[in-house]
Ligand binder design. Structure first.
Ligand SMILES: [Ca+2]
Ligand SMILES: [Ca+2]
Ligand SMILES: [Ca+2]
Length: 142
């Protein structure tokens, strides 16, 4: 029993730094250091961003859930950081955001140079947003 406790304590200690490590390298399925749209969408889903905002868990973001996810929306507008209005995300204009629409829009936002893939510099922006002080964590603390 004592051994088990020690093992679990050791696991907790080693898990903490891992959480602070970069997330996007694990998203790079083909290991070419670039993130394709598909790689990004899968990774972004696994990061749980969309699910965290889908408060009624119906698998879609309605306009209210979307608005709630951007409580600091004006600050990010000022920083030129806002991905877009709800309508911009809602590709099929059904009034709801699917996870695919949501992720795809963020991909477009992150692909600053419009190259269709996310390079190192663009990935660093994502890492920053996902970090402890980042955009997505900040929103969730509210
Ligand atoms: Ca890749
Ligand atoms: Ca919902
Ligand atoms: Ca790019």
């Amino acid at each position: 029993m004592k051994t088990l406790k020690l093992t679990m304590a050791a696991l907790a200690v080693t898990a903490a730094p891992a959480m602070a490590q970069m997330m996007t390298p694990a998203w790079d399925g083909d290991g070419d250091t670039l993130l394709s749209q598909d790689e990004f969408n899968v990774g972004f889903s696994q990061a749980g961003i969309f699910g965290g905002y889908d408060r009624d868990a119906d698998g879609m973001l309605n306009e209210q859930e979307y608005a709630d996810s951007f409580v600091e929306i004006e600050n990010y507008r000022d920083e030129g950081y806002l991905p877009g209005d709800f309508a911009d995300f809602d590709a099929d204009a059904d009034g709801m955001l699917s996870e695919d629409e949501y992720n795809t829009s963020w991909f477009s936002e992150y692909d600053v140079d419009g190259s269709g893939v996310l390079e190192e510099e663009e990935r660093m922006v994502i890492e920053n947003d996902l970090s402890q002080e980042g955009f997505f964590n900040r929103e969730r603390d509210i």
